[in-house]
Design a binder for this molecule. Structure first.
Ligand code: PBG
Length: 334
């Protein structure tokens, strides 16, 4: 029997060439940012057990990585420092001779404008207690209250960190402490000191997430007591993300971020639809490790990762921070 169907939606799916022609979302390496963990020392390339394929690099080896990054046309890297000199106020985070500051200088010296250097601006891997800010004077370590971090005391330190990164030559600073007013104070501090062109990518909608666990192993930044729920966002909320983003834009953010990405595609979409500003999505460590262990048994990493990253882009992300960035660059070349 002949069936007449006018609209056959499968017509445009018949071959790979057709599918490519009509694909609505295309991943491009030019949208990606590769995170790096930097440690003191020489000739270090230390595997991170919770994140297979990801390493802590000393600056000399980081520079070798940058040669590859450039060759792969990866536009940007996001640097995290691992500090050996932790204290209560995380002061090694703004040392002009600190690990991140030295790494920025070296990359900029060698690669100039070819690689965009972004830095995480936070205290958690520099404080001995592992929180993202200065603790309230009243905090009782045995019985921590919900009011762990002193928001306003933290702002001053965050602005010092951002300034020290700028003096070292950073292109974009990315405050991730979730302190109210952090974008404003950083913008003002940078402007006052002649760094009007250093951009701010704010971790605006950063949720208190269980997906950060592998990262915290990587940079040794787990809170020694309590959790981050009194400053990072509650994952039940999306309207609140709009308020966070709105506030950061008012304070001068150039790029806003949603983090994590995969379980938060609705948040990415909502932010994209409500604001006219570049949106970054952070495909975080737990998302990475989860897929890595799944793929130990079932060898579909490439296809699975492309599907995940495409969904992040499809939801509205303009740029994606991902530990798969180097792999993506290679896969897309072929
Ligand atoms: C620092 C920071 C964290 C991440 C990025 N910046 C950890 C945290 O908030 O505990 C997580 C990144 C990842 O999981 O890949 N505050």
């Amino acid at each position: 029997m002949e069936i007449t169907i006018n609209r056959r939606l499968t017509r445009l799916r018949k071959t790979e060439t057709l599918r490519n022609l009509f694909s609505e979302t295309k991943l491009s390496v030019s949208d990606f940012v590769m995170p790096y963990f930097v440690v003191e020392g020489r000739n270090i390339k230390q595997p991170i057990s919770s994140m297979p394929g990801i390493f802590r690099f000393s600056i000399d080896n980081l520079i070798k990585e940058m040669v590859e990054v450039k060759k792969l046309n990866i536009p940007a890297v996001l640097l995290f420092g691992i500090s050996e000199k932790k204290n209560k106020i995380g002061s090694s985070a703004y040392n002009s001779n600190g690990i991140v500051q030295k790494a920025i200088k070296k990359i900029k010296q060698e690669f100039g404008t070819d690689i965009i250097v972004i830095t995480d601006v936070c205290l958690c891997s520099y404080t001995e207690h592992g929180h993202c800010g200065i603790l309230c004077p009243t905090v009782n370590v045995q019985r921590p209250t919900d009011f762990i971090v002193d928001n306003d005391a933290t702002l001053d330190v965050l602005s010092k960190i951002a300034l020290s990164h700028s003096e070292a030559g950073v292109d974009i600073v990315a405050p991730s402490a979730m302190a109210d007013g952090q974008v404003k104070i950083i913008r003002e501090t940078l402007d006052k000191n002649g760094f009007k062109d250093v951009a701010i990518m704010s971790y605006s909608a950063k949720y208190a997430s269980n997906f950060y666990a592998p990262f915290r192993e990587a940079v040794d930044s787990s809170p020694k007591f309590g959790d981050r729920k009194s400053y990072q966002m509650d994952f039940h909320n999306v309207k609140e993300a709009i308020r966070e983003v709105e506030q950061d834009i008012k304070e001068g953010a150039d790029i806003v971020m949603v983090k994590p990405a995969l379980a938060y595609l609705d948040v990415i979409k909502t932010v994209k639809e409500n604001f006219n500003i570049p949106v970054a999505a952070y495909n975080v460590s737990g998302e990475y490790s989860m897929v890595k262990s799944y793929c130990e048994k079932i060898q579909i990493e490439k296809n699975l990762v492309i599907e995940i990253l495409t969904s992040i882009k499809r939801s509205g992300a303009d740029i994606i921070i991902s530990y798969w960035t180097k792999d993506v660059a290679r896969w897309l070349k072929k």
